[in-house]
Design a protein around this ligand. Sequence first.
Ligand code: SAH
Length: 357
Amino acid sequence: MNDDRQRIKKDIKSMTLEQLKEDLVSRGEKAFRAKQMYEWMHVKLAEEFAEMTDLSKTLRENCASWYDYTCLKVVRVQESKIDGTKKFLFSLSDGNLVESVWMKYKHGNSVCISSQVGCRMGCRFCASTLDGLERNLLPSEMLEQVYAITRLTGERVSNVVVMGTGEPLDNYENLLRFIQLLTDENGLHISQRNVTVSTCGIVPRIYSLAGEKLQITLALSLHAPEDEKRRSLMPVANRYSIRELMEACRYYLEQTGRRITFEYSLAAGVNDSDEDAQKLAALAGPLNCHVNLIPVNPVKERDYAQSDRERVRAFRQKLEQNRVNATVRREMGRDIDGACGQLRRKHAQAAVNCNDD
Ligand code: SAH
């Protein structure tokens, strides 16, 4: 009985205001209660129903029995001594761990969130995928990474990038709901233009996303300018060719009017030659893409080495000679396991080691 009730509990923080209204009315409550509760959850960032003091105690108790209230517990915080970047390790209600990063820039604070527990895409240089996919994150669990960090830092978040662990387009419906709630005028109301979604390039989902007509920024993890090389770095390239990807990008640009960013991680001797830069420019130029160069972050289990400064500079110069805008991503939090998935992995392994002792 108890178990059954648990299973049918709705995840209240993943519900839209409209859905919440309908649900409360169907339980005999007044519709305006939905607005009050929504504000407690998504503006005042309440951590439990008990905080919602303008609701009767009975209603608060009933809500706790009707709904699941997603809240993340912070397990660990690491702060970079170099640039103040903070990395948070959170635990979910089922004990799974996710990590999120808080970065301070002149133009505002940015949070990088995870979209899945683990990842099944298998990119060769990435730590997040080493143990495969555990499960998708709920919209509320993505939102809570932003909310928990806002509570913990006491500072407003202005930009959200979905570039942590996981492939956001592999968790498509939950991602869309997350964006809807995050940018909702009745919630935190973060501008769609300040939201970036990074994908390894699942072509059919790029078409679907284009159809949503959002004003978010799409970042495509390209990492190689030709199929064979891309396949050696990213298994997803076996499913979709660069030609198909570029067509999807063109469609996305046409439909949304939003320029796409190409992400390109530079690994020494792998994808960082002048010839690579030339080919990359030929792809980025016609689409008017911006290129974000990321010196590959060495991961213990992988043997890719960073291109040296001079190579990165020359690569960028080659792009710019071909009239392609490129920036080298500032390496935030190098001293705190900056690369995707490293903190979560380290923590999980430490736990295993403890058990072994
Ligand atoms: N799944 C999404 C988002 C996750 S990773 C995607 O593939 O885009 C965010 C970016 O970091 C991606 O471009 C990814 O390829 C890159 N990345 C992952 N591990 C890296 C590493 N060790 N060094 C440099 N970039 C890395």
